[in-house]
Design a protein around this ligand. Sequence first.
Ligand code: NAI
Length: 491
Amino acid sequence: MTFDYKVKDLSLAEAGRHQIRLAEHEMPGLMALRAEFGEAQPLKGARIAGSLHMTVQTAVLIETLTALGAQVRWASCNIFSTQDEAAAAVVVGNGTPEDPQGVPVFAWKGESLEEYWWTAEQILTWPGADTNPELGPNMILDDGGDATLLVHKGVEFEAAGAVPEATEEDPEEYRLILETLRKSLAANPRKWTAVADGLLGVTEETTTGVHRLYQLAEQGKLLFPAINVNDAVTKSKFDNKYGIRHSLPDGINRATDVLMGGKTAVVCGYGDVGKGAAEALRGQGARVVVTEIDPICALQAAMDGYQVTTLDKVVGEGHIFITTTGNKDVIMASDMVKMRDKAIVGNIGHFDNEIDMAGLARVEGVQKVEIKPQVHEWVFAADPAAGTQQRSIIVLSEGRLLNLGNATGHPSFVMSNSFANQTIAQIELFTKAGTGEYAKQVYVLPKVLDEKVARLHLAALDVELTELTKEQAEYLDVDVAGPYKPDHYRY
Ligand code: NAI
């Protein structure tokens, strides 16, 4: 079998396969779905364009989708998050490095931004689809919304008849999207309309991507139905919180090996990710300070025992600064120059615009020293006039999500919850396409499926569930088999 792919090195496949084998043991949700649906092949005919961190856990997701009948092309949704051995193992599949038999993957650790957008285009460019649109992708599985964005922008510019020129204010990333689309439209002026016409839906993994989807839906611009996987309870209340609780300290340790105990750690944002981050840092003995803009989350942080104040007040005090907001311009260059010597600055929100990296590079006299890949010291020159000495800060993963750039992201068990939701969402949209059940809107999975995902993970943790009696169920006005809570319940 020959197919196109681009990964770092196929000889890493054996190492990747060992890790995937161990991950399968820690991913009971995905393995149960393989057992339940393997025979029925509900994803037969699905051609999934996947854009999600190409880790060992994602390898188990990809192989679950193919076990259920799907064809898949995959890219990472971040330039630093690929585990090269996992990518190699997925490409090799049941074959050998000389004769790969697996899935086309376009991902390697340390892509340039230009390469990143090339990989995004590759997952949406299926062999033969140029002449026969029926061979193109019919589903997207997205994380952060970049694959969905590329299709929507492509269609928009096709309708406008041209790709606009980037302006001075546009970030480099947007300039690269425009360039990618300009090239593809020069080769095939109807490419993106054809892709969009074939798409039956998208399932979106994360808060930031979901935010983009709701914006498109509100403007009436969403081109296909979407399932918001993030807001399944068994996703955001687990992956975003407990996943971060594990992978944030993992990233800080692998990057710096600095003792967190006794230090002052500033966590910007106290949503699901911020809650996991603050708990992890406190668990290491750090004194945690939280910043928030939302009074409810600020009050929660205070009740949980954290000092809540503004960044301005603690910028000279903190040893470690972590952004978790999904917002932009949270830590600016003007903040970073005020930090203490060797302060550590990192982001775990989806995009790198939380930290003003462009502004940092423009600070007068600043020097960037690579300590190792994804760990940089930014040295500020002494300013005798202001009486300041030379100081430096350590920035992780160039401001991109550090738990995936400096470590390997969330552990398998928690990702089994997220990815079981992804798999169920793909089945839901693909098998119900054409029934009229899903319009061009954003949906969350029904609670009964959320409860099912949780149930699939109980036995592995020796959880014994209490069963409602019939009388109790009647008293609560629920079914003995669930769902147990109304949709507005918040957990
Ligand atoms: P969320 O909406 O629950 O929490 C974000 C919090 O930040 C909110 O409470 C908001 O009020 C606060 N915030 C917004 N602007 C702020 C500012 N200027 N200063 C202080 N606080 C501010 O979102 P969630 O689920 O916690 O996700 C946060 C980000 O992390 C998103 O970009 C999401 O996509 C990403 N994410 C990253 C993961 C990873 O593995 N690194 C895993 C899951 C989500």
